[in-house]
Design a protein around this ligand. Structure first.
Ligand code: ADP
Ligand code: ZN
Ligand code: ZN
Length: 738
């Protein structure tokens, strides 16, 4: 029999597998694709996953090493998830080893057994009772029996001291045959509980129609649930999940950012008694692995997580939900640049289950998929309950003085809302105190030494901070150009707006919500408590505020500066801006009280603003899609972006010039048509963190031709002598051109 060769995926940037002999003493029948092995790699040993078994290898037999050990007795992933990982690697043109590295929990990558940590419990045996003659002279043991009698399913080892028990007494009872030790999964459910903890709301007509459509079909169906903010999409999710659980299946829910949506999570936990596993950033590696295993073993009824949760295996998949499907956080912006929303659709297809993509502002990609018949559209056009849609108004701030970023009419309006006992939300998409530090004498501006960008002024503590490379330095005291001392922060960020509002409205709490203020533990929770207390207050924050929150007492939403979005160089600029404004505005008037939205702008006549305030997001999306079709842009075209960065601009550009030549040759050689190669050009921010960046855009009418050329090009680039000095990456379906 010829030797069996293991083709192993290793966490390496190289897009290839590595061949090994089977580990010594392991029979061939024990080896399967999808098991982990430990292998020697250079001087180290590494954990990899068997991706193929073959009888052939190119490696000369003297050089072929045996794997050190087989780690798993069975494949780690169910077949559908293995296929998903293979597809992800191929689609995003990424190495399989590194793809698995992203997909698997850290501890599995380090070789930990794929077994749940067991809860170790003490449990009373039948026949043990406090008056048992064997313990009448042992008060500690008697007490232990009394306590355990109250815990028929066992008491965790970790909790015995809290109940005043000790190990010695329990061991003595074990000797006497009165108690036993048991082990079980922490997600174990002792008895089947009623499914619901809380009754569902009575669905309104639109919600019911959506549910009837979704639940009326079996197998793979992709639904786009387009529901205006506050229309009760979450209620549709909850009721769809309920049916999924009733039929004995599990549901996977993706949400954009977990720390920011405690309310949404609570709604899931309050509704169901089935175990809900939440994959949040606060989990340690062990907890993450336990959750992963609980999902894979079918113990978790509902799994909720952000982007990477798409890779969580389920024993009995039944439904996938992607909330706020337009959100950019679903796209990973480094390494394996996958889009979890798109993977979710493919996964639903592989697992033959329904997927619901929900949003008030669906991405143009998803709307296009509806046009093409790939997704089915469900609409919730009304707010649920008694809430009314908010009214919009643009406030022209040309030649009006601004304080803390606010015009006087806006400040007065804020006062009105507060005095009526309502809450106000002020949105400003810039962190820090001011976006610019300028010399009033000569016009010098503080710039980052490592990026083509300005430094942001921060207070408390006072310093300059580059939001692109994170470098920091003290505030300048003198202008380095003219030695002047009149250096002024220009413009407003969240800190400045907060400061101004605090001075102006000393009787009302001002809560700032941005990355800095929320980095404190519990900050979000404290903020939520204030908001839920319904007392009048002002919330000042960045787009963190826009994500899915339900603030029933906010009646005024003020958007301090809409103009940035009107000048974006990115073809997705208008889509993004319309989504952002609609989402922020959607926080207003979500309950009984009507909501008002004010947009401060210097361009009140801008057609996009007029369209947005008068016709809403859907109209903009429709027109933008038509324009994309005319100008041959995504989603009507397919893009891949090859980025390169190096210590000097020449090297980055030169690398891409050669990539361009190679790509041109491939296109000619394989007679690929309708493919455009654009560039190379310097990136919009050419220098970042001290490196020069450039990009080459590949765009095609057919996805297949694009993939073919990229697939052929990358191995050539990997071999390229410059590829060591230039850091480069490929981004399939890029969402961001920077
Ligand atoms: P969305 O996710 O679409 O923004 P939510 O699901 O947060 O909207 O719902 C907004 C509010 O409407 C919530 O307070 C929710 O409890 C309430 N709601 C949803 N559906 C109903 C319903 N059928 N009847 C009454 N209230 C509802
Ligand atoms: Zn100066
Ligand atoms: Zn910088």
């Amino acid at each position: 029999m010829p030797p069996l060769i293991l083709q192993v995926a290793l966490p390496s940037p190289l897009r290839r597998l590595f061949d090994y002999q089977a580990p010594e003493g392991v029979a061939h029948e024990q080896l399967r694709v999808g098991q982990r092995v430990r292998v020697p790699f250079g001087r180290r040993s590494m954990i990899g996953v068997i991706a193929g078994l073959s009888e052939h290898t190119e490696v000369p037999s003297g050089k072929l090493k045996p794997a050190e050990a087989l780690i798993d007795t069975a494949p780690l992933l169910p077949a559908s998830m293995w296929k998903l990982c293979l597809w992800t690697a191929r689609y995003y043109q990424h190495g399989l080893g590194d793809t698995l590295n992203v997909a698997l929990p850290v501890l599995l990558r380090q070789g930990e057994p794929a077994l749940a940590r067991q809860d170790r419990l003490w449990q009373l045996l039948p026949g043990a009772y406090p008056e048992h003659p064997a313990i009448q002279r042992a008060p500690k043991q008697k007490q232990a029996v009394q306590v355990l009698a109250q815990h028929p399913h066992g008491l965790s080892h970790a909790l015995i001291s809290q109940w005043g028990l000790n190990r010695v007494a329990l061991e003595a009872l074990e000797e006497k045959g009165l108690v036993q030790r048991i082990e079980q999964s922490p997600h174990h459910v002792a008895e089947p509980l009623p499914l619901l903890r809380q009754a569902p709301l009575t669905a309104n007509d639109e919600q019911q129609a959506a549910l009837d459509a979704i639940l009326g079909k079996t197998g793979f169906n992709a639904w786009l649930l387009e529901g205006v903010t506050g229309s009760g999409k979450t209620e549709v999710y909850l009721q769809a999940i309920e049916q999924c659980l009733r039929s004995g299946h599990q549901a996977l829910v993706l949400i954009p950012e977990i720390g920011l949506t405690p309310q949404t999570l609570e709604r899931f936990q309050q509704r169901f008694s089935a175990p809900v596993v939440i994959l949040h950033s606060g989990l340690n590696d062990r907890e993450r692995l336990d959750a992963w295993i609980a999902a894979r073993e079918g113990e978790a009824g509902i799994v909720i997580g952000t982007r990477s949760a798409i890779f969580t295996p389920l024993a009995r998949p039944g439904l996938i939900i992607v909330d706020e499907e337009h959100d950019l956080s679903y796209k990973q912006q480094e390494g394996l640049r996958y889009n979890a929303r798109d993977l979710a659709v493919y996964r639903a297809h592989l697992e033959d289950v329904a997927i619901i993509l929900g949003s008030a502002t669906p991405s143009l990609e998803s709307l296009h998929n509806v046009e093409q018949g790939r997704y089915q559209l469900l609409r919730l056009s009304q707010r649920a309950g008694n809430a009314k849609p908010p009214s919009f108004q643009c406030l022209d701030i040309r030649s009006r003085p601004l304080e803390g970023g606010l015009s006087r009419p806006l400040t007065l309006l804020i006062g009105d809302h507060l005095n009526k006992g309502n809450q106000v939300l002020v949105f400003i998409n810039r962190r820090g105190f001011a976006p610019t530090l300028m010399c009033h004498d000569c016009g010098w501006i503080a710039e980052c030494k490592r990026c083509d960008a300005r430094m942001t002024v921060h207070q408390s503590p006072a310093h300059l901070h580059c939001h692109h490379c994170n470098s920091q330095r003290p505030l300048d005291k003198h202008c380095p150009k003219c030695q002047g001392t009149d250096l002024r922060p220009l413009g407003a960020g969240t800190e400045r707006t907060e400061e101004y509002l605090n001075e102006r409205f000393p009787d009302f709490p001002v809560l700032r919500i941005d990355r800095e203020s929320m980095s404190r533990k519990k900050a979000m929770q404290q903020m939520m408590e204030t908001i839920q207390s319904a007392q009048p207050c002002i919330l000042v924050g960045t787009q963190m505020l826009a994500k899915g929150h339900h603030f029933p007492d906010v009646t005024l939403v003020a958007i301090l500066d809409a103009d940035g979005g009107l000048f974006s160089a990115d073809f997705r600029g208008p889509e993004r801006m319309a989504q952002m404004i609609t989402q922020v505005a959607g926080r207003a008037g979500r309950a009984e009280k009507p909501g008002q939205v004010i947009i401060q702008t210097h361009m009140a006549e801008h057609p996009l603003l007029i369209e947005l305030t008068e016709q809403g997001y859907a109209a903009i999306a429709k027109r933008e899609l038509a324009e994309r079709a005319v100008s041959q842009l995504p989603p009507y075209r397919f893009m891949a972006l090859l980025r390169a960065e190096a210590n000097n601009a020449y090297a980055a550009n030169q690398f891409l010039e050669e990539a361009l030549q190679q790509a041109e040759q491939l296109v000619a050689q394989h007679q690929l048509d309708e493919i455009d190669l654009l560039g190379p050009v310097p990136s919009p921010m050419e220098r970042r963190a001290g490196r020069y960046r450039a990009q080459l855009l590949l765009q095609a009418a057919q996805r297949s031709t694009l993939h073919q050329v990229v697939h052929l090009l990358l191995p050539i680039l990997e071999q390229h002598p410059e590829s060591r000095r230039v850091r480069w990456s490929i981004d399939i379906d890029p969402l961001d051109m920077f």
